[in-house]
Design a protein. Structure first.
Length: 139
């Protein structure tokens, strides 16, 4: 049997939260929630994975204080009220980037999740990104 490459996340009608695991990021569909706002999606993500997913070894490494998220087309910006504690090339950042990319594709059906670029802007004037979800997925 020939191995197939991993599927690219092209978006869809269901929002997905990404959580950290020993084997990389894993997506968990938000089947019982309607996505109306990018800020609400980050708030849900920061709350961590549901109990069943925690038992499967998923965790949240998201480290954000205050934030504001805006998205237009393929661009999403996360403005942070303080510094960003990590490098930007870690699973916690990947959780934010992949979750927001998928949410933006749900909010704007003309946009594919794999086209969305997420930039983090800490209050110190630096800028991390833009990042695409594929940069954080294994495979």
């Amino acid at each position: 049997m020939e191995a197939r490459p991993p599927a690219r996340d092209q978006g869809g009608t269901t929002a997905v939260q990404y959580f950290a695991s020993d084997s990389g990021l894993r997506g968990v569909p938000l089947l019982d929630r309607e996505v109306k706002d990018l800020n609400a999606v980050v708030k849900l993500l920061a709350g961590g994975p549901p109990p069943a997913e925690q038992r499967d070894g998923l965790t949240s490494l998201v480290q954000l204080g205050g934030y504001s998220v805006t998205g237009t087309g393929t661009r999403v910006t996360v403005r942070l009220d303080g510094p960003y504690a990590v490098t930007g090339r870690d699973q916690g950042t990947g959780q934010v980037v992949c979750t927001l990319a998928r949410a933006q594709s749900v909010l704007d059906p003309k946009v594919r999740a794999d086209e969305v670029e997420v930039t983090l802007r800490p209050s110190d004037g630096t800028s991390l990104g833009p990042y695409r979800c594929a940069e954080f997925l294994n495979g």
